[in-house]
Design a protein around this ligand. Structure first.
Ligand SMILES: [Zn+2]
Length: 500
């Protein structure tokens, strides 16, 4: 428990935004039930948690504004607005209190050795050596014997960690964007009381009949926890390199980032980097457009696994929409390990083989030949690596007509045509209103409604808040929230998605 400092000054000027004047403005927003400012209620919640109040850097000896208070006000009331009031700002804060065990600005503290990433405490040298310079912010699991599932969130300070690491904690836009994103990673946690075998990971992968299946969850003594719309895939090739598992987390990143951007716009702030997660955000918006934006956001922040269940193959469909979209995003962005099924990877591999064989007489290419072969054997492709590959392996030797005989040239031309066709197909998938992902999804929803087997995302997520609040410490507050859930208009009982 930590006392909050008073709002007595500016952390610094942020151009048109001043934290103190914003807090003053927000203090006029009154909670009608309790007849007092929402800020007072949020401040109490912050005091009950192990959450930092503001970045530690103290500019020119001036006192800090309550940055966390400001961000949490904007975040919780923003989500209430984005869901059309289906989730209240208090429910948002309740869920954050339940799952965000710690929040730090700048860096971890000594006492945070119970925060674990990649099997190492975040305070250990092992962690610092391996991971610390990779993140702007991080949400990691807190491991304490017998304690419920909780995460810890940190925003690393760029001024401490150098130019490529961390975020600028003197820039409110960066703090907002990062916090709105990371807090949504906390909100995406969903819990199931069902101990259904197929829903959690097992060491014995051979026992599972279907390899490509949703299995990204954590079994705890009190239930099974899911982390957003992410999936794990088991694959023979992945066996060799990644312990048998390929993580598909791009759809969930798309949702998290898309929601963060909408929240930024909601407070009149700008999204500076729209390239980040571009395809993933596009897909999440497609899903929102088909199922309804408010409903989908509500489902994501109350029971994200309901979106997985909705998009997964239910046995009747030709497509498993979740894996299909996930593969396409990874294929388009080269983010992570490109799966076996990727059409672009296949054609690029074929191109590499052909060019290597066509150019093997060229001594200049010996080195690149070798490194590119290894690079595709690993199947881990960064965008930079790929561009380098295109430049060196495709354009340069291809222009050297002398190394290509007529047969090779014809084959290569054919492969280039094929590659362009795959690029065109990719473009269609993301952007074509008639043939793209969104159209396929809408067609399936229409068919489901026609088959009378339709269920809405809101239906699926309906019970989630009840499950979530079962863990709450004070039973009186549970009752309060339950009344909220059962209250009129809170969750529309008969809400049906039209899917048109
Ligand atoms: Zn993220």
């Amino acid at each position: 428990m930590r006392k909050l400092s008073k709002v007595v000054g500016f952390l610094e000027e942020d151009g048109e935004y001043s934290k103190q004047s914003l807090l003053k403005r927000y203090s006029h927003d009154i909670d009608e039930e309790e007849n007092r400012p929402k800020l007072d209620i949020i401040r109490e919640i912050i005091e009950q948690n192990d959450w930092d109040i503001a970045p530690r850097s103290n500019i020119n000896g001036r006192n800090k504004a309550e940055v966390t208070l400001m961000i949490l006000y904007e975040y919780s009331t923003g989500l209430e607005r984005l869901t059309g009031g289906k989730i209240s700002y208090k429910d948002v804060l309740k869920k954050l209190s339940l799952y965000m065990g710690k929040f730090r600005y700048g860096d971890w503290r000594e006492e945070d050795s119970d925060c674990i990433y990649d099997n190492a405490p975040v305070t250990s040298d092992e962690f610092k050596k391996k991971h610390k310079d990779k993140f702007g912010a991080q949400a990691v699991t807190i491991e304490r014997e017998g304690e419920p599932f909780k995460k810890a969130l940190v925003l690393y300070d760029i001024n401490e960690f150098g130019i490529n690491n961390g975020i600028n904690l003197r820039d409110i836009n960066e703090i907002r964007h990062t916090m709105f994103h990371e807090l949504t990673h906390i909100m995406e946690i969903s819990k199931s009381l069902e101990m259904d075998e197929e829903y959690f990971e097992t060491d014995d992968q051979n026992d599972l009949g279907v390899k490509r299946r949703f299995r990204n969850s954590k079994k705890e003594s009190d239930g099974v926890y899911f982390v957003g719309v992410s999936t794990a895939e088991f694959d023979d090739l992945a066996d060799k390199y990644h312990g048998g598992r390929i993580m598909h987390n791009q759809i969930t990143e798309g949702f998290v980032e898309n929601i963060a951007r909408k929240l930024l716009e909601n407070v009149g702030d700008k999204v500076k980097d729209t390239d980040r997660y571009f395809h993933a955000v596009k897909i999440s918006q497609d899903i929102m457009d088909v199922y309804g934006e408010q409903d989908t956001i509500y489902s994501f922040v109350t029971d994200s696994s309901s979106i997985i269940r909705e998009l997964e193959d239910d046995g009747k469909e030709e497509h498993d929409f979740l894996h299909m979209a996930s593969d396409r995003i990874m294929d388009a962005t080269f983010n992570g390990v490109i799966p076996n099924k990727s059409p672009k990877t296949k054609i690029v591999e074929e191109l590499v083989t052909r060019i290597i064989s066509a150019c093997r007489a060229d001594k200049d290419l010996t080195y690149k030949d070798k490194s590119n072969r290894e690079f595709f054997d690993r199947r881990v492709v960064s965008k930079e690596d790929f561009n380098d590959f295109i430049d060196v392996m495709l354009k340069k030797p291809y222009s050297k007509k002398k190394v290509l005989n007529q047969k090779d040239k014809k084959e290569l031309d054919g492969l280039f045509d094929e590659y362009n066709r795959v690029l065109h197909d990719e473009n269609e998938f993301f952007f074509d209103e008639e043939k793209g992902f969104k159209a396929m999804l809408a067609a399936r929803l229409r068919k489901r409604n026609y088959d009378n087997t339709a269920y809405s995302m809101t239906d699926l997520a309906k019970g989630a808040l009840k499950v979530m609040t079962k863990n709450a410490i004070h039973s009186s507050k549970i009752d309060q929230i339950r009344q909220g859930i059962q209250g009129k208009d809170h969750i529309p009982e008969d809400e049906v998605l039209d899917g048109k």
